[in-house]
Design a protein around this ligand. Structure first.
Ligand SMILES: Cc1cc2nc3c(=O)[nH]c(=O)nc-3n(C[C@H](O)[C@H](O)[C@H](O)COP(=O)(O)OP(=O)(O)OC[C@H]3O[C@@H](n4cnc5c(N)ncnc54)[C@H](O)[C@@H]3O)c2cc1C
Length: 400
């Protein structure tokens, strides 16, 4: 079978690859850019009118900055149907007096961010992609990627080959393609895992999200529609097995003891899933004809809710760099364009990684002096308006 030539091949149609496909629309239409998206997993339902919210669905915190990007992509009005606004974030530490609140009212905005079911985000993005004139290979796996003059040749599991001027790896970092190109990653395991589940709560959450730092690790609760909250409960590696084995009643009782009653009584828990946690960063994110995005470039601790938000800013920066390059007569994949993209990205990426990693390490160290300093920090933060507002701007995805 003859090889097809494309300007951009996106490997992976998950949240990041699908967002990139949507963000490329203006360039596809104005510049006749040829774009292919290759996704290994068979696509589920993409109709928007028969979506049934499930108690067990996974959800993500989407920063205010990401909402603006989704508006640019033309998908926010659909996403908003299933979004829950985060009006306040309550940060506390178990056993200490300190607590701080980051509030939308104080920032003069309607919400600090939103909680969106991942399944709904996927459905809306894929429905949008289906309206665009791009090549959609699904289910198809990219099996090999080989550098060649002017880009890379990709071999797909359906027997097709694609010659791409720019290949974007948005494969979540688990396909081995990056390593086959000799791009190594730096992995720093937290020796923790995240147990996630949906909880029923006894009283309305009124848009409040919680982050509670405990000796065992941080616990986050995000507001969802109805009297439900999304739980991210960090455990020391191995300890999650005992929690997984608890009956629903014992699970709820143990969580209640750890978390207290600030969010009400926990009344129900759905399916529990566990994710081992590491900070993984690719040592290279651009090469001639290649960009690495999303989890393939950086996988962060989920407690600060920053991974996808950071990735979406990467998507928007890549498209802006490609557009500027095309204006200047440069092909997608030209190293000047890739370098301009990396220059835009590196500071934001560095700051977000330092912020979320620093948060985990600061609250993870069990030293009495540090605990006092943290408590003082939280109380102080509650008093010190400008510092708290700066933290809030970062949580909103407005600070780079
Ligand atoms: C417990 C948890 C909670 C989180 N909460 C938040 C949050 O609140 N806010 C936030 O911003 N972020 C959050 N994150 C991070 C967020 O989930 C990730 O940043 C995001 O899912 C990354 O998406 P991705 O598209 O890069 O990767 P993935 O979601 O892994 O998608 C990769 C896609 O590529 C496809 N693929 C893989 N290999 C191939 C191949 N060879 N060929 C073709 N296709 C391929 C896969 O099928 C998949 O669809 C959380 C993460 C975890 C683990």
């Amino acid at each position: 079978m003859a090889s097809k030539s494309v300007d951009i091949a996106i490997v992976g149609g998950g949240l990041v690859g699908a967002s990139l496909g949507c963000a490329l629309e203006p360039l596809i239409r104005a510049r006749s850019l040829r774009v292919a998206v290759i996704e290994a997993a068979p696509l589920g339902e993409t109709r928007l009118d028969d979506y049934q919210p499930s108690f067990d669905v996974r959800a993500s915190a989407i920063a205010q900055g990401s909402r603006h990007h989704f508006e640019t992509l033309g998908v926010w009005s659909s996403l908003a149907r299933e979004a829950t606004a985060i009006e306040t974030i309550h940060v506390s530490e178990r056993g200490r007096l300190g607590a701080t609140r980051l509030s939308a009212a104080e920032m003069g905005v309607e919400a600090l961010g939103y909680v969106l079911p991942n399944a709904w985000m996927g459905r809306v993005l894929h429905a949008r992609l289906a309206e665009l004139p791009l090549q959609w290979h699904c289910p198809a796996r990219v099996e090999t990627i080989v550098p060649q003059s002017g880009g890379h040749r990709l071999t797909l599991s359906d027997g097709q080959t694609l010659d791409a001027a720019l290949t974007v790896l948005a494969d979540g970092g688990r396909s081995g393609l990056k390593e086959r190109l000799g791009i190594m990653s730096h992995a720093a395991p937290y020796e923790q895992s995240a147990l996630i589940a949906t909880l029923g709560v006894s009283r309305p959450h009124r848009g409040m999200a919680y982050e509670r730092f405990t000796a065992e690790g941080p616990v986050a609760l995000l507001p969802m529609p109805g009297e439900r909250m999304a739980l991210v409960w960090t455990h020391e590696q191995g300890a999650e097995q005992a929690t997984l084995a608890l009956s629903d009643g014992d699970f709820l009782a143990r969580l209640q003891r750890l978390f207290g009653e600030r969010a009400g009584r926990f009344t129900r828990v759905g399916q529990r899933h566990v994710y081992p946690l590491s900070l993984v960063t690719a040592q290279e994110t651009v090469r001639p004809g290649l960009a690495v995005l999303g989890n393939a470039a950086h996988s962060l601790h989920p407690v600060a809710g920053q991974g996808f938000n950071l990735a979406l800013r990467g998507v928007m920066d890549l498209v802006a760099s490609l557009e500027a390059g095309l204006e200047a007569g440069r092909r997608p994949g030209d190293m000047t364009v890739m370098q301009a993209f990396e220059t835009r990205r590196s500071r934001d990426r560095h700051n977000v990684i330092r912020f979320s990693d620093g948060l985990i390490r600061l609250f993870g160290i069990d030293h009495p002096l540090l605990s006092h300093a943290r408590a003082a920090g939280l109380v102080g933060l509650n008093l010190a308006g400008p510092l708290r507002r700066a933290l809030t701007r970062r949580a909103m995805g407005l600070e780079r």
